[in-house]
Design a protein around this ligand. Sequence first.
Ligand code: ZN
Length: 89
Amino acid sequence: MTRSTYRFVDLTIRHVPEGGVIWETFCRTEGCGLDSGPCDSQEAAQDWALRHSGVTDHDLFKRVVTDNAEVMYAEDSVMEKDRDSLLRR
Ligand SMILES: [Zn+2]
C-alpha cells in the first residue's frame, strides 16, 4: 500500500505587467462580425466602435480585455520553503 501526504497551501493570482493588456471590441449586430482587432489601449478599441457605429448605425458591442496572470503561493517566502521541502521528499 502506498501512502501519500497532501498539503494545502494558499495560492494567489496576479496580473503580470510584462505581459501587457489587450483590448478588443466586437460588433454584436447580427450578420456583421467585424471587430477592432487587438488594441494596445482601451481608447483605440473604443474609438473603433465609435467610428464603426457612425458608419453603420450598429450600436451593440462586446468589449474584451485580456491580460496575463500568474498563480503563486500567497507568500513568496513560503513558496521557496515549500518547494524545497517537497523536493526533498
Ligand atoms: Zn457592425
